[in-house]
Design a protein around this ligand. Sequence first.
Ligand code: AN7
Length: 376
Amino acid sequence: MPESKRYTGLIEKYRARMPVSASTRLISLGEGNTPLIRLENIPATLGKDVELYIKYEGLNPTGSFKDRGMTMAVTQAVAEGSRAIICASTGNTSAAAAAYAARAGITAFVLIPEGKIALGKLAQAMIHGAVVIQIRGNFDAGMALVKEVAEQTPVTIVNSINPYRLQGQKTAAFEIVDALGRAPDFHCLPVGNAGNITAHWIGYSEYAGQQTAACAFCAGQCKYPHPAVTGKRPVMVGYQAAGAAPFLRGHMVDHPETIATAIRIGHPQSWEHAWTVQKESAGWFDECTDAEILAAQKLLTEKEGIFCEPASATSVAGALRDIRSGKIPQGSSVVCTLTGHGLKDPDTAIRQCQGDMLTVDAELGAVKTAILDNMT
Ligand code: AN7
């Protein structure tokens, strides 16, 4: 295949809209270019006429949307001569940081809350050779420590407070508009630190030829003024886990709790940006209980064949509720982002299915009975 046809990642794909120069060494693992899957079975059960799409970000190289931001943040860190990156993480950022640091040949330090990150993510951070520092505290405590330690040691922060992260993540919005030929009417996302909802808004705004106060790069004087691709921007809707829902409480939450450990965050780093997104897009925030989140995760796996981690299912749990109630009206096109792959958290998946497995003797009659008893 000619080299020019090979997909080589989102910076290369959207190079004219990314903060790189012709000579920048790109640190890429072929991230982005994820499928936009139209749901076929779930909408029929709602009795509502909506076009419902899933942006399946679990298909990125390390299994989450974090790769979009990390390719850009690590590319920039290397361009600046940094030898080490650092992040606090509920798991996915640490997995992405570990992989992209390995690719770049630099060191990744990751601070994770002890006992509160999903097994797959821990495996990733460890196998890629990151220096894993477990803290006896939650993500918010880790984030505060990372900010302090980065002032006293030569490390580059790659959490989403690093504006290059959002520049990478904005490409998800570009891909959606490129795939649909227009922006959707509604875009629903799970919200933790609110970096991703901010990044999507930056992307949609850029493609619409409009500026947003949420973009550090275009505040007042866009560094990347580009002709508009579409005039329209979606309504942005952010869903939080009920036990970790500062945007619903209207203030920071000190002891966040949810089974969706990826969004077990009480002090969102993009607090101001997210409110800007809500106002500029005329969107809203809402919350989902752990039971609703797990039910949406199971529904997607059983009815559509799509396996995401619990935090990701929050977007679908919330969207289905708002479609049912009519808050998202009939005739709308809706995109829900599934931020991470289901295999990230095998423990929670298996716990959801206790008793669902049959054990029989290794014998034809027993297997045949098991089949005939369970035909649907
Ligand atoms: C699967 O990895 O914050 O609102 O440290 O892993 O942009 O924070 C993860 C966040 C949603 C929330 N879904 O996104 C981390 C981390 C999944 C996630 C979010 C995360 P933001």
